[in-house]
Structures are given as structure tokens and as C-alpha cells.
Write a new protein. Structure first.
Length: 334
């Protein structure tokens, strides 16, 4: 298991700095470059390379289209993990990697394909097509009959979370999430986690309208949303939080309110970022296999370029619930 000391030694910073960065301490005065280096080192140390074989020769050049900026990657390392996995796999396959700037200010020509990481709509797709028609999307699936994509099964993950909390005796379950936009920011991307939560709560005959808190996918937003939720005194005994970064903010709000996790409130999240094992108590979360998603995307682009496959593939990666210390039985409902 990777320790904070391991990360500090490799990143060339103090243990305290690593701890504060991984806990998204907004009062810490370090640069975004340092923060990104710490997250990158943490991911690299935690990354298990399954295959170090290299192809004899490669003439391929692939562009990575990032939906997130580098600053946003630091606030939510989910896409950072995927990007690093793509870059590592490309290196092992001797594929040259170049980067498209955020919002795809097109300037790169003569690339063989694109791996597009994040949420994309038809307007972004039209821009990407001017660079290459060989596109693999990771974490979204626009025009899936034409373009390859790799997504995770968030619907099953959310149902699994609700079933787990229900077995622990929780019925009044809150949901904290964010809003994302596609098509140049003009259209809301419908989040599968939020949609499934609504459908399942309705199926269970539970009114969820007062238990839904929506902001941004950042630690600060998680803090503010949880603070608002606690102020309403709505007797919610467990919260589902849309990512680990938001959950860390939610932890802080719960602590400031004089409450304890999981004795007073259970918290469960998604992603299983490197941060989730270092907070107190360790975070129960759904593991999304970001590294495998990135590796799979590279495999798909190789099939397109080397094997000239024409039929599109959409690959759905399963998730796994990682039970740690942030959830417990709700004795008030038993």
C-alpha cells in the first residue's frame, strides 16, 4: 500500500504538504504545478503496470483531447488518472502523444487519431473531426454508432450503493452532486448517478426532492452543499456524494457541525481516488477503474489504426464497492 511518506519522498515535498494537498486544504499556499505533481506521483505509485511489452515499431501519433484544464484536474483527479493511464499505455506501445488544448482550439494536424477524455457533445465532436475521424471517447459516448467509447457502469454502481445503505438501515438518503455542460457550455449533461438516484428513490416510494443538493464537482462545493444540507435539519442519515473530491469537502462541513462520521452521518462516494484512503475515517467509495479505462481506450485506437476496424465499439467497464470506515448501521431505523 502506498503511504503519504512514499508520495512525499518521490514528489520532493514534506509529508504535511502531501497530506494537505490530498485533503484539498484550500489554505495551503503551494502552486497548482506542485499540487499536480503530488497527485501525479500518488497515481504513479499506486499504478500497477500489467504489461511492459513494447511494439517493435510504431508510426502512430495520437492526440489527447482534455475536457478538464490542468487546474480542474487537480481539484478532481478522476480525469488526471485516466490521462496518465492513456499516456503510459501509449508509451508502452511506442505511440507518440500530443495534446489538444482545452476547448479544442484546433492547431494540431497530421495525427492518426484522438483519445477524447471527458464529456463531449455534437458541437465538440464537429471540432474534433477536423483533426481526425479516428476518435475514442472516454467517459462519454457521443454518436456511439460511429465512434468508439469507454464508459463505466454508473447506473449499476448507484443501485449498488442504495442497496448497501438500505441494508445498513438507511432510508432517508441524501445526494450531493454537480452540474456539467456540453456543446460549448449551452447544454446540461444529464448525470447518470443523479438520474439513477431519482429513479431508484421513486421506485422505493421515497420522496427525494428535499434531499438533492447540486453544485459543482469540487471540494469547496461539496463543503458548501453539505453545510446547507445540515442547516436544513432534514434528518438525513446517509449521503451519497458524486465524487471523492466533493466528499472531502463534505467531511469538513460535517466536522464543523460537531458531528461524526459514521456515528452520526454515513458518507459514500464514487471514484476511489488516491485521496480516499488517507482521509479520516477512510472513505467508502465505488471504485471506478480509471487506469483500465485509459488502457482500454488506447487498445481501441490501436484497433482502429492498425487493424482498420470499422465497426464502432462501446465498452462498459464495471465498478466495485470499496467498503471502508465512513458508513455504519443506522440504529434509529432498525
Amino acid at each position: 500500500m502506498v503511504t503519504i511518506k512514499d508520495i512525499a519522498n518521490s514528489a520532493g515535498v514534506s509529508i504535511a504538504t502531501v497530506s494537505r494537498v490530498l485533503n484539498f486544504d484550500d489554505k495551503l499556499n503551494v502552486t497548482d504545478i506542485t499540487k499536480q505533481r503530488i497527485f501525479q506521483v500518488a497515481e504513479e505509485l499506486n499504478y500497477v503496470k500489467k504489461n511492459d511489452k513494447k511494439t517493435k515499431k510504431s508510426t502512430f501519433k495520437v492526440a489527447i483531447a482534455n475536457w478538464y484544464t490542468e487546474k480542474e484536474e487537480v481539484l478532481d483527479p478522476y480525469y488526471l488518472s485516466i490521462r496518465l493511464a492513456v499516456e503510459k499505455k501509449c508509451a508502452s506501445e511506442n505511440i507518440e502523444v500530443v495534446k489538444l488544448s482545452p476547448l479544442f482550439n484546433i492547431g494540431i494536424k497530421e495525427v492518426d487519431g484522438i483519445i477524447a477524455i471527458g464529456k463531449f457533445g455534437h458541437k465538440e465532436l464537429e471540432k474534433l473531426k477536423t483533426v481526425s475521424e479516428n476518435i475514442v471517447f472516454v467517459d462519454s459516448s457521443p454518436q456511439s454508432d460511429v465512434y468508439d467509447s469507454v464508459v463505466c457502469d454508473l447506473k449499476y454502481a448507484t443501485i449498488n450503493i442504495l442497496n448497501y445503505l438500505e441494508k445498513l438501515g438507511h432510508k432517508n438518503i441524501g445526494f450531493i452532486s454537480g452540474i456539467e455542460h456540453i456543446n460549448e457550455g449551452k447544454e446540461i449533461f444529464v448525470d447518470r448517478r443523479e438520474r439513477t438516484y431519482k429513479e431508484e428513490m421513486q421506485f422505493r416510494g421515497i420522496d427525494y426532492n428535499d434531499n438533492l443538493y447540486i453544485g459543482k464537482f469540487t471540494p469547496q462545493s461539496g463543503y458548501e452543499l453539505m453545510k446547507n444540507a445540515l442547516a436544513e435539519k432534514n434528518n438525513i442519515t446517509a449521503y451519497i456524494v458524486a465524487n471523492d473530491s466533493m466528499a472531502i469537502g463534505a467531511y469538513r462541513a460535517i466536522s464543523e457541525a460537531g458531528l461524526q462520521i459514521p456515528e452520526d452521518i454515513s458518507v459514500i462516494s464514487y471514484n476511489d481516488n488516491i485521496t480516499s484512503q488517507f482521509i479520516v475515517p477512510p472513505l467508502t467509495t465505488v471504485k471506478i477503474h480509471m487506469e483500465f479505462m485509459g488502457e482500454t481506450a488506447v487498445g481501441l485506437i490501436i484497433e482502429r489504426l492498425k487493424d482498420e476496424r470499422e465497426i464502432a465499439k462501446k465498452i462498459v467497464i464495471p465498478t466495485k464497492l470499496i467498503k471502508r470506515g465512513s458508513c455504519s448501521k443506522n440504529n434509529t431505523n432498525l
